[in-house]
Design a protein around this ligand. Structure first.
Ligand code: AMP
Length: 397
């Protein structure tokens, strides 16, 4: 069955058509600048060249229409009619406490997702628009919602409660939810499989280090803690997000810089992280190049970044009373041997030993620790689209 995977943002839409039985991507791409002048669709058939078409897309409905047309294009398309799309899988950012797993989309589910909008005001409404647009074009096709938060719903109360008045949790749902759940779920299971072990018997730490970054502790296949919180701002130092800070800094900066709450939040979300710390870039390729040239700002930023990841690994080892395996994934985790070495340099006390030759290797699943390392350290490329396609297939079958 072909599954169309949709990841809808406020002005963009990423898509992949996946043959979910063969687990092969048939075509993929994205629509950009939806609702803005200069909107365009990028389309790439498997093994083909990227094609970019500029076309007006006032709303997501037109964008989905363009995607479906591209998939059925006589020359470069991969399907003859929409009947060849068996189901659609939607990435939904926030499922609150309502969704501990993926679910088939019904009117009731849409209402329940809307109730979570307050928790992710930038993301959930856009995700819902994507669902509406797909329903308009493919009214009879089953659709599934796959939530970024769902995998973390197994966290115990002691891990998800903040040190705040309890009534804020009861009244407003202020608690830690965690994000990147689809990736943490996929990578932890894949790592157990790769190591030939049963995930039910393992203590795993997954470091999802991309533009957004988070760490999770997965014990016996269930998430017991993760570094992001009510929103994806908590935890690690990220590309442009601050991660953990003293909450009093909000007031301090507001006064010093004469900013209101929105202004400070903008700084914490968009002007902080490695970009703000270094003044160079949010992209680790730029930071690593600057480090090679001896740039002091790049050096101190990268060391602070690695240190924060190592601190979380220490904390989660304590939370699980041990760790059997550590996985690195996402843009930096998969492609940054220097960052991996930097993080692992703090883990000698756990008996972690890195095989530097293996660490330099690129590509698929890769064991980067030595044979006598007490903890297996791996690079496991994440594949959120495939995970969404698998969930979709499981639920509509
Ligand atoms: P993601 O959010 O998972 O797509 O990760 C994107 C980030 O991965 C980029 O902003 C870069 O910082 C990082 N990245 C991608 N490729 C490389 C590379 N070859 N070396 C180091 N970092 C990389």
């Amino acid at each position: 069955m072909n599954v169309l995977v949709i990841n809808c943002g406020s002005s963009s839409l990423k898509y992949q058509l996946i043959d979910s039985l063969k687990e092969e991507v048939l075509a993929k791409g994205l629509c950009e600048r939806i609702g803005i002048e200069g909107s365009q669709i990028v389309y790439q058939k498997a093994g083909g060249e990227k094609e970019t078409t500029v076309a007006p897309m006032p709303t997501h409905t037109e964008a989905i229409g363009m995607v479906l047309d591209a998939l059925q294009n006589e020359k470069t398309g991969v399907i003859k009619s929409l009947d060849e799309i068996g189901a659609v899988g939607h990435r939904i950012v926030h499922g609150g406490e309502k969704f501990a797993e993926s679910t088939v989309i019904t009117d009731e589910v849409i209402e329940a997702i809307k109730e979570c909008n307050e928790l992710a005001p930038l993301h959930n409404p856009a995700n819902l628009i994507g669902i509406d647009a797909c329903r308009e074009h493919m009214p009879g096709t089953p659709m599934v919602a796959v939530f970024d938060t769902a995998f973390h719903q197994t966290m115990p109360e002691k891990a998800y409660l903040y040190g705040l008045p309890y009534e804020y949790y009861e009244k407003y749902g202020v608690r830690r939810y965690g994000f990147h759940g689809t990736s943490h779920n996929y990578v932890s299971h894949r790592m157990a499989e790769f190591l030939g072990k049963n995930i039910e018997d393992m203590k795993i730490i997954v470091c999802h280090l991309g533009n957004g970054a988070s760490v999770s502790a997965v014990m016996n296949g269930k998430c017991v803690d993760t570094s992001m919180g009510l929103t994806p701002l908590e935890g690690l130092i990220m590309g442009t997000r601050s991660g953990d800070i003293d909450p009093a800094i909000v007031e301090f900066i507001a006064k010093k810089e004469n900013l209101d709450i929105d202004g400070v939040m903008d700084v914490l979300n968009k002007k902080s992280g490695v970009a703000g710390m270094s003044g160079i870039s949010s992209d680790f390729r730029d930071l690593e190049a600057a480090e090679e040239e001896g740039n002091e700002a790049a050096i101190r930023t990268l060391r602070a970044y690695e240190y924060r990841v190592a601190k979380y690994i220490g904390a989660y080892t304590a939370a699980m009373n041990g760790v059997d395996a550590i996985a690195f994934t996402a843009g930096v985790g998969e492609n940054g041997p220097v960052t991996r070495t930097g993080v692992c340099s703090y883990l000698g006390y756990l008996g972690v030993k890195i095989d530097e030759e293996a660490n330099q290797r690129r590509g698929a699943d890769n064991l980067i620790s030595t044979k006598d390392s007490k903890v297996a350290v791996c690079v496991i490329p994440t594949n959120e689209e495939l995970a969404i396609a698998r969930e979709t297939l499981r639920l509509v079958r």
